[in-house]
Design a protein around this ligand. Structure first.
Ligand code: FAD
Ligand code: SF4
Length: 749
């Protein structure tokens, strides 16, 4: 245990992981509350005695008020009152941004001056005058602070306020102003939503075929497999927490409860997606209110109440809440960003992980189960440790069950001092984690741990997989839980075997997903892969790591067939993997020929291998040259441009972009990856592949007598003209590759 760790209220670290300790802790909180707020204490006690009697707004008010007190209690418990106060101060310091945005920028400046008037303003002159008045550089925060002060004595500051209004109108209405303030929040007003234009694509015509891509201004350079998206900062999260209108006060928080028609049925989006809101009915509105008030620990307690595994949700994972937000005609509140930022801010506190973990075991906002229930004596076998398995395991433990979980994948052991489990599987003492950095690993160097199902081996580096370790520790440190990797249910362990071992119940959480096999001729030709296999291989084998020997070969151009999120992931990952692959190939080749000589290295290569190797090395040398040039010019290497020249990645979908499941369910996940990888997208029904003489996939074409899947697409004129799209496109791509061979492409589906 860390020497500096001590708990208040006469509690020990071990108590936080034992039911009797948590019961004592709960007693301390109740006493603490009684001293500070007798009325709230009485309401809590009444609520615990008859939870069914506290519902709706009464319950919301109770948890919002309790969350604030709970934050102070936790700060006292962990001895971090000053750190929690510092976090609140950071919130308070940002507060003028949101008040001025709503009261001045939105309600006044943007209305007073039209876009046409704003476009005629001399913004540089306005900025210079404002800087003189402000007495420093024109930052958004300074602007907001000064305007807030001026608004308190309007008559006195009428001229200054008008200057500020002109600048705000320019920054809000004009493209130049929006660009200047693209990283800020003050002048970004919610945009109206056109459901048919959620993704800002432009068209590129290749050999008469229209393809879609993001405009250059929306693209970001991605190089490698480090985390691609850090998410928003505190200012961005608070912007959305303040944009929320806290609908729980009117019982209209559709983000949590779903958006309903007058008939009571759930509404549907323009694309027929049911707007049922958060499947966990997380108290989102209450979280936003508590967070906007500056109480981040309290806000996390609200989140954890319904979503204890929040480290595995939030930003870049789920968005059902956003889709059902009351704002249907303008941008919704970005709830996942707020939720994830709340978690990150708490984790960044001293003992932040312990605070998060504690709230999953003890949460006084929960009237029915503030502490885990006493042991029932029942033992449950959970099969599969993906999101379903680990969430179920958590709830079973808190309900008093003992849980043993198995997964077919090998699960790598963690350091016993952190996990509480020795390599032998025996329980061992573990220490509190003071600094969350101790649990973090860079994603591009991280070893797959085998825990988390598809969240580990399917989801890409758009999401911070360090969160999986937190989830794992929440379970692994519990005395009522044990897990075993490398145990395949149905093989190593059978149903009869499990019951013979004494389990009372078996819970199957083995995943329901299967790869979609597109029925087509030559569907198993060399160079063709199922996308999920490719993603799994990329993650599980560590192929993207420089020192990995994994053999996962990708050649360009890549064609991905399908319109779901897996297609998007595959396109982005293939484009990120390719440069790494060819650079790794070239450097190993150079090492080998230095050791053994070129003839010896090439002695056993087949004609196809010679062809692939020369292409890889040519591309690797071009990448090297670009990297060297970028260093000389002090910029990031522009690998995306090279990749496009070599054919890049094209997503082929049989319908329109707006019909694809990725667009209708989660268009943010179409925009964000496309920014990094800029794959192109084209509508066509590709259902037959031609193979080359060496049986590699070479091209593909639409099948003449095609079954139903593409009947709709064929009926549209755009698709009628795409019968030979692939051959034409491939010819274009081939022309752009100087050393190209005709025996390509190796598509993935
Ligand atoms: C490429 C890809 C990207 C995705 N991106 C997202 C996303 O961004 N957001 C999102 O919400 N969802 C995403 N999903 C979907 C999400 O991953 C799944 O919905 C989720 O993982 C399902 O969880 P699960 O626990 O049911 O199953 P899985 O995650 O599939 O976990 C099942 C576990 O059971 C184990 N198992 C299977 N059979 C056995 C057996 N016989 N014995 C022992 N163990 C067994 C497996 O090894 C695995 O660990 C994505 C899926 C894919 C494929
Ligand atoms: S997130 Fe949207 S629906 Fe939910 S409370 Fe806020 S404004 Fe209302």
């Amino acid at each position: 245990m860390s020497e500096s760790f001590s708990l208040a209220f006469d509690l020990r670290f071990e108590d936080l992981y034992r039911r009797d300790g948590l019961v004592r802790l709960d007693g301390c909180f109740v006493e603490f509350l009684k001293r500070r707020n007798a009325d709230l204490h009485n309401r809590l006690m009444a609520g615990r005695a008859a939870p069914e009697g506290v519902a709706g707004k009464d319950y919301s008010d109770l948890i919002v008020e309790l969350a604030v007190e709970l934050e102070d209690f936790i700060a006292a418990l962990f001895g971090i009152a000053r750190d929690v106060e510092a976090l609140r101060t950071r919130h308070d310091a940002l507060a003028p941004l949101y008040a001025v945005k709503r009261l001045f920028v939105q309600r006044r400046a943007a209305k007073k001056y039209s876009p046409e008037q704003a476009a005629a303003f001399d913004w540089q002159a306005l900025a210079a005058q404002l800087e003189t008045l402000i007495g420093g550089a024109l930052t958004e925060l300074r602007f907001a602070q000064r305007v807030e002060a001026w608004m308190k004595a309007e008559a006195e500051h009428a001229a200054a306020l008008d200057l500020a209004a002109q600048y705000a109108a320019w920054a809000t209405h004009t493209p130049q102003g929006q660009h200047r303030h693209r990283d800020g929040v003050l002048f970004k007003l919610p945009r109206k939503i056109d459901p048919h234009r959620l993704v800002p694509v432009e068209t590129e015509v290749v050999d008469g075929i229209a393809m879609l891509k993001l405009p250059a201004s929306h693209r970001r350079a991605r190089d490698g497999f480090a985390l691609t998206d850090q998410g928003t900062d505190l200012a961005g999260a608070l912007d959305h927490a303040n944009y929320c209108i806290w609908c729980h006060n009117q019982g209209k928080d559709s983000c949590a409860k779903g958006l309903r028609e007058k008939s009571g049925e759930f509404k549907k989006s323009a694309f027929g997606v049911v707007l049922a809101g958060c499947p966990l009915e997380e108290k989102i509105s209450e979280m936003n209110l508590v967070e906007a008030g500056g109480h981040t620990v309290g806000a996390l307690a609200v989140v954890v109440l319904d979503n204890p595994m929040c480290a595995a949700t939030g930003h870049r994972i789920c968005n059902d809440c956003m889709k059902a937000c009351i704002y249907q005609k303008q941008e919704p509140v970005d709830i996942p960003q707020v939720e994830t930022r709340v978690l990150k801010e708490v984790l960044a506190l001293p003992w932040g992980f312990e605070i998060y973990g504690l709230l999953t075991r003890w949460n006084p906002l929960d009237l029915r189960r503030p502490v885990p229930k006493p042991s029932t004596g029942r033992k449950v076998l959970v099969v599969g440790l993906g999101p379903a398995g680990f969430t179920l395991a958590h709830h079973l433990i808190n309900d008093g069950q003992t849980v043993v979980a198995v997964d077919g994948l090998k699960i790598e052991p963690l350091e016993p001092g952190v996990s509480g489990v020795a390599v032998s599987g025996a329980r061992s003492p573990f220490r509190p984690i003071r600094d969350i950095a101790e649990l973090r690993e860079p994603l591009d160097a991280r070893v797959m741990a085998g825990f988390g199902g598809v969240a580990e081996y399917g989801i890409t580096v758009r999401w911070d997989k360090n969160f999986l370790k937190l989830i794992r520790l929440l379970l692994e440190r519990r005395g009522e839980f044990a897990m075993f990797g490398g145990v395949r249910f149905g093989g190593t362990l059978t149903i009869d075997g499990a019951f013979a071992l004494g389990f009372d119940h078996i819970a199957f959480c083995a995943g329901a997903g299967r790869p979609t096999i597109v029925a087509m001729k030559n569907g198993l030709a060399a160079g063709v892969r199922q996308a999920s296999d490719f993603l799994m291989a990329l993650q599980l084998t560590g192929a993207a790591k420089t020192d990995s020997l994994a053999n996962l070969q990708v050649r360009l151009p890549v064609v991905i067939i399908g319109g779901g999120l897996t297609a998007i992931d595959t396109a982005t990952e293939a484009l990120a993997y390719y440069p790494l692959q060819v650079e790794k190939f070239l450097s190993r080749y150079e090492t080998l020929i230095a050791e053994r000589g070129e003839a010896a290295v090439r002695a056993d290569w087949s004609a196809q291998e010679v062809e692939a190797a020369s292409e890889f090395m040519q591309h690797a040398r071009e990448i090297r040259a670009e990297r060297a040039l970028a260093v000389r010019e002090g910029r990031k290497p522009q690998l995306a441009e090279l990749m496009r020249r070599w054919g890049g990645a094209t997503i082929v979908y049989r319908r329109r972009l707006i019909d694809s499941p990725s667009y209708t369910l989660n268009h943010e996940e179409v925009v964000a990856p496309a920014r990094c990888a800029s794959p192109r997208r084209t509508p066509m029904p590709p259902l037959r592949r031609a193979t080359s003489s060496c049986r590699r996939a070479r091209s593909w074409s639409r099948q003449a007598r095609n079954p139903t899947p593409c009947s709709r697409a064929r009926s549209r004129s755009t698709c009628a003209s795409t019968a030979s799209i692939s051959r034409q496109s491939m010819r274009t791509a081939a022309r752009s590759r100087r050393n190209a061979s005709p025996s390509r492409p190796p598509p993935m589906c």
